[in-house]
Design a protein around this ligand. Structure first.
Ligand SMILES: [Cu+2]
Length: 471
């Protein structure tokens, strides 16, 4: 169950530029992160985690980490059934979640996917990465039959934002089963906000959160494959948490009891200024990076609040248990400025489009603009080098998390209320009977890709469309 870093030998030659985030469990099940995350960054040593674990039900576990070396990351993901893998029974290379892939802007990521599921076709999508959708890059039209392997290669642009991304299958009709079954893993593009001195000093954790929907009591919610793990902190300690909601269908309404979440990154992008949340809603596919500061000694839950109505109603459940203990630390400051972003409010809009998310259009259970997904139809054609405004409408009583591949967007308003921050997201939730206005720059990658609802049971039943970007 321990996290481990593949290619440890190769890492010995690396400079302190590389973060090694693998954690190992000691003989007593205690977390020995000192030799992991902090090991190659001396500045982090003073933020080392306490060695003891609290009385929570399960020890913390970090996913295995694969690093790029000399600008290249190489990984093999063997997709196969594994009864012990998690809520479902699928895993990449024997682990749910699969390994965290850590790269830098300008790196090349080579991932060999092997389909050993036994029955279904599968493929791979790198959610949120700004990479080509063509060829053997983020091309979700590639399909692997059982027994086949495919070599994906993703060239990360030099100016790629730093942040948290993730990978998962994108086989229409089977996405719910495969993602919900455990075929998920995190991707980190390092740099940017990680290099801010205040953030670089902080102890870092990865939370790959998967919950089932409808859930009964949180017993189905795992963090890095563990139900209700214990998060150890010292009083006053600041930690940098990367949190991904990789659930197929479930929302999170995250609250760290008695504490605030200072969000420094949304999806795969830094925010210009930290945003303090008492709780934050995260639809399937969404990620945050947050700084948390432990107040006093005690036990506090990281929980998902009761959320949703009708068929989407979810009870409150515990995500993790935070044990604050040990000698106090002097809190590290939270930076008041992160990384500026261009505001699309003043830019020229080449085209305005309306995308209506609907339930029950004739015989189509889930539709966009009256249509179900058809792999042979290009629904939207855009021109590279332009910014478009999309009005996302929802005529149903359910939330729909809109996601588009390849390009990020700025949220301009929600239900007519101007959005208070300049941001970039790749997934945004459209409220029931509501609307969200976004602006998207189609910058530099031609090709066909998709936009869809990231509640995968909606996507599997038609709520997806094809976009083609032309030079
Ligand atoms: Cu939906």
């Amino acid at each position: 169950m321990e996290g481990k870093v593949r290619g440890a030998r190769r890492m010995a030659a690396q400079t302190t530029r590389r973060v090694v985030a693998g954690a190992a469990l000691g003989a007593a099940g205690a977390l020995t992160l000192g030799g992991g995350l902090a090991g190659l960054r001396p500045a982090r040593a003073q933020q080392d985690a306490p060695q003891q674990q609290g009385p929570g039900p399960n020890p913390w576990r970090e996913p295995e980490v694969i690093l790029s070396v000399d600008g290249v990351l190489e990984a093999t993901l063997d997709a196969r059934p594994l009864p012990s893998a998690g809520p479902g029974n699928l895993a990449y290379s024997g682990s749910m979640p699969g390994p965290t892939l850590r790269v830098r802007p300008g790196d090349t990521m080579r991932v060999r996917l092997e389909n050993n599921l036994g029955t279904d076709m599968t493929n791979l999508h790198v959610h949120g990465l700004h990479v080509s959708p063509e060829g053997n890059s983020d091309n979700i039209f590639v399909m692997l039959e059982n027994g086949q392997a495919f070599d994906y290669e993703y060239v990360i642009p030099e100016n790629h934002p730093s942040g948290l991304y993730w990978y998962h299958p994108h086989h229409h009709g089977d996405a719910t089963e495969q993602v919900g079954g455990g075929l998920v893993g995190a991707i980190v593009v390092e740099g940017g906000l990680d290099d801010l001195p205040e953030i670089a000093e902080m102890f870092e954790r990865m939370f790959v959160v998967q919950a089932l929907q409808p859930s009964t009591n949180g017993a189905d919610c795992t963090v890095n494959g563990v139900v209700n793990p214990v998060v150890a902190m010292r009083p006053g300690q600041s930690q940098h948490w990367r949190i991904a909601n990789v659930s197929a269908n479930a929302y999170l309404d995250l609250e760290f009891e008695g504490h605030k979440l200072f969000v420094i990154g949304l999806d795969g992008n830094p925010v210009p200024e930290p945003i303090a949340y008492e709780h934050i809603q995260m639809g399937p596919g969404e990620r945050i990076q947050a700084v948390v500061q432990a107040n006093e000694t005690g036990t506090f839950r990281l929980k998902s609040r009761a959320w949703g109505t009708l068929g989407q109603a979810q009870p409150e459940f515990t995500v993790a248990t935070v044990e604050v203990a040990g000698s106090p630390m002097v809190p590290l400051p939270i930076p008041d400025r992160i990384i500026p972003l261009q505001d699309y409010a003043g830019v020229e809009i080449a085209k305005q489009r309306v995308m209506t998310f609907q339930e029950g259009v004739g015989s189509i259970p889930f539709a966009i603009n009256d249509l179900a997904f058809d792999p042979a139809v290009v629904n939207t054609t855009v021109k590279l080098g332009t910014v478009e405004e999309w009005i996302l409408r929802n005529t149903s009583p359910d939330w729909h998390p809109f996601h588009i591949h390849v390009e990020d967007f700025q949220v301009m308003s929600v239900n007519g209320v101007p959005f208070p921050y300049v941001n970039r997201q790749d997934t945004v939730s459209i409220p029931p009977h509501g609307s969200v206005v976004i602006r998207i720059e189609f910058s530099d990658f031609p090709g066909k890709y998709v936009y869809h609802c990231h509640i995968l049971s909606h996507e599997d039943f038609g709520m997806m469309s094809i976009i083609e970007a032309l030079p």
